[in-house]
Design a protein around this ligand. Structure first.
Ligand code: UGA
Length: 437
């Protein structure tokens, strides 16, 4: 099939490459010329494991191309909308400018029978509104909402082997002709057994925000338990292991630490609350305010613990922060808890050095006032305290004896509870976890 993918960021670039991998002819469209030039040359514009190799492979087949020219959508029968929906400045609501612009740019190139498939995360009700726009334009095309559940760092495999496919269609019916067309797009994953659910448009939109809200709630739940563990002298990692063995609860997403960040969870729960308010159902989501508050409190807690670790004052303390990305295997620093902590420490008088295997460029663009160091060894040299804030494997594997020889003072705060406390203590470190004795 010939497919258009509008928006070539974290979602769209991966989606375009994966659709080509599934055998389709794909054109990726984006307004950012640099991104298009990079992608056309098989350079992933961001760090995502496996994406570079996949781009090379599919570009070579001639099935994938990238352009800034929206008219390249002409001739495709399926048009995916993969643009960003960031948080509005100064508000909790989602900014739909890019979604609306994508639809406007597509309209002149749509043929009767085409389907437009929204993948971006949008407030419930957006799809029905856009379906109205398409109907008004008398295009005889259908709009579907097909939320994406990929995780950064696992984006390629999550797209090729999704755990479920959700199609929102106007009448919510399996028999809708658009459903058959989308089934052809996903024939590969469907044949390998991926469950596929057909819903109406608002349900499909809600599936996405509900899933992210649940994940955020799970993380904040365990972080609230970490607060209690700190107060009671208990160990939140063992507590998570023990409750996680109940398969109704499950151990995944119960890692207590500095909390969630990134371009999705934080802004999605806020946009969800804002939308619930507009719908007059704000009470249903007041708990998300608490989820958000618990999450933000983690950052303050780490600053306070670092102050304690440094003997009561941050003034002039040389602090090394391991990890700038919002999670490992990504160079994404959007709402990165690690960077927000680093910036706060610096504001309070510490001299902060940040290192990260992939995210330094993005971090420096966002927080130019911080000092960045590429090499871990150099970053550790003469540190008064070390904070592990993003659990890249290479940081988890640091030898505590070697590291102790580099620093001025062997004090460590493990913001992700991933290090072996006994091993670090045996190497002479003062070890602090979060919610661990
Ligand atoms: C999240 C969802 O997991 C995806 O399913 C969804 O498609 C995506 O948002 C999206 O909306 O596009 P992502 O933001 O890539 O994916 O990252 P996650 O793996 O969910 O991690 C989010 C944050 O939670 C990270 O900062 C991570 O460090 C933190 N986290 C995760 C914890 O603090 N504890 C945990 O136990 C798990």
């Amino acid at each position: 099939m010939r497919i258009t993918v509008i928006g070539c960021g974290y979602l769209g670039a991966v989606h375009a490459a994966c659709m080509a991998k599934l055998g389709h002819e794909v054109v990726g469209i984006d307004v950012d010329e640099r991104k298009i030039a990079d992608l056309s040359a098989a350079r992933a514009p961001f760090f995502e494991p496996g994406l570079g190799v996949l781009l090379e492979e599919v570009l070579e087949t001639g099935r994938l191309s990238f352009t800034t020219d929206a008219s390249a959508a002409r001739g495709s029968s399926v048009h995916f909308i993969c643009v960003g929906t960031p948080q509005k400045k100064g508000e909790n609501a989602a900014d739909l400018t890019y979604v609306d612009a994508a639809i406007t740019s597509l309209i002149p190139h749509i043929a009767p029978g085409d389907i437009i498939v929204g993948k971006s995360t949008v407030p419930v009700g957006t799809a029905s509104r856009l379906a109205g726009t398409i109907e008004e334009a008398q295009l005889e095309a259908h709009l579907l909402w097909n939320p994406e559940f990929l995780r950064e760092g696992h984006a390629v495999s999550d797209t090729l082997h999704p755990d479920r496919l959700v199609y929102g269609v106007a009448d919510g019916s399996e028999e809708h002709e658009a459903v058959q067309l989308l089934d052809l797009v996903y024939a590969g994953p469907i044949e390998s057994g991926t469950p596929r659910l057909v819903t109406d448009l608002p349900t499909a939109e809600l599936v996405k925000t509900a899933a992210n809200s649940f994940l955020a709630t799970k993380i904040s739940f365990i972080n609230a338990m970490a607060e209690l563990c700190d107060a009671a002298g208990a160990d939140v990692t063992l507590l998570a292991d023990a409750i996680g063995l109940d398969d109704r609860i499950g151990r995944k997403f119960l890692n207590a630490g500095i909390g969630f960040g990134g371009g999705c969870l934080p802004k999605d729960i806020r946009a969800f609350m804002a939308r619930a308010g507009e719908l007059g159902a704000d009470q249903a989501l007041t708990f998300l305010r608490e989820v958000d508050a618990i999450n933000m409190r983690r950052r303050t807690r780490v600053v306070e613990l670092t102050r304690e670790l440094c003997g009561g004052s941050l003034m002039g303390q040389r602090i090394t922060v391991l990890g700038a990305a919002f999670k490992p295997n990504s160079d994404d620093v959007r709402d990165s808890p690690s960077l927000s902590i680093a910036a706060q420490l610096q504001l309070q008088g510490a001299v902060v050095t940040v290192t990260d295997p992939e995210a330094l460029e993005n971090a420096a663009r966002r927080f130019p006032e911080l000092h960045y160091e590429k090499f871990t060894e150099e970053a550790l040299r003469r540190a008064d305290a070390v904070l592990l804030l993003t659990e890249w494997r290479e940081y988890v594997e640091i030898d505590p004896f070697d590291a102790a020889r580099l620093v001025s003072s062997a004090k460590l705060l493990d913001g992700r509870n991933v290090l072996d406390a006994a091993k670090w203590r045996a190497a002479g470190w003062t070890y602090r976890g979060l919610g661990r004795p």
